[in-house]
Design a protein around this ligand. Structure first.
Ligand SMILES: [Zn+2]
Length: 246
């Protein structure tokens, strides 16, 4: 979720740099496209398969019960881009991060970006669900959902970011320049603090970054609301069916 992305993005950069370094030696220059799950342990892979089952669930007539999620998933699979999946644990005060989308290698031609979606399942399990977490567009994330359905909702949110950013080369360039470069500058400053603190130029960059992140978040939350509705619609049908109503 990008709200959390805002708070932890700078700290995430260090781990992403490590992954880049690993990727340079382990992976080929052009890894396979679509979702790549090779960074998951066998236990994590089972959890990922549980999420996949939710995405591709069907009703008794064989129709997809979560068509939006399924469409987002299939877009990634056929996009020509690589999206690694990782399941992460963030420490201490940053454990509230539910998910994250990040471009690891930007393709200036826009043909084959390499990106990652990180899901923090523990954080999702522990998330508070109530009126205080209602989004500006009027839905409460996770309300009425079971564990794996919550994971699917967060995945849908990150897929919405991924597709919104990867479908538009100018937008992906803007994210690369405005978000990721700014985060790297902040990280560099943390590693080698300069007298006088943050320069005016960097302050302007941070402001621009946060404006962009806010607009990206609005788009993803709009899509997340649609996904949440589809996830809860299936459940309310099941519940009414069990209660003997129509
Ligand atoms: Zn987000």
């Amino acid at each position: 979720m990008l709200k959390v992305y805002l708070t932890v993005a700078a700290l995430m950069v260090s781990s992403l740099i490590e992954i880049r370094a690993q990727g340079g030696t382990i992976n080929s220059l052009y890894p396979q496209t679509g979702f790549v799950t090779e960074r998951l342990s066998p236990i994590e892979l089972e959890k990922w398969k549980g999420i996949e089952r939710i995405v591709f669930a069907e009703n008794s007539e064989g129709q997809p019960t979560h068509p939006t999620l399924q469409n987002l998933w299939q877009w990634i699979e056929t996009s020509g881009h690589t999206v690694y999946i990782e399941i992460i644990k963030l420490r201490g005060g940053f454990s509230c991060t539910a998910g994250l989308f990040h471009i690891e290698r930007f393709d200036p031609l826009g043909d084959h970006h390499i990106a990652v979606i990180k899901l923090n399942l523990d954080s999702i399990n522990q998330a508070y669900v109530g009126p205080e977490t209602m989004k500006p567009n009027g839905f409460v994330p996770f309300l009425g959902l079971e564990k794996e359905e919550r994971y699917a909702e967060v995945l849908g949110h990150e897929l919405a970011h991924a597709i919104h950013i990867l479908t538009d080369l100018e937008r992906s360039r803007l994210v690369e320049d405005t978000v990721q470069e700014t985060n790297q500058m902040i990280l560099a400053l943390h590693q080698r603090p300069k007298p006088g603190g943050i320069a005016a130029d960097l302050k302007r960059r941070i402001f621009k970054r946060d404006v962009l992140l806010k607009s990206l978040e609005k788009q993803a939350e709009g899509m997340e609301k649609v996904i949440w509705r589809e996830l809860t619609a299936t459940k309310s049908l099941t519940a009414s069916g069990q209660a003997g109503r129509k």
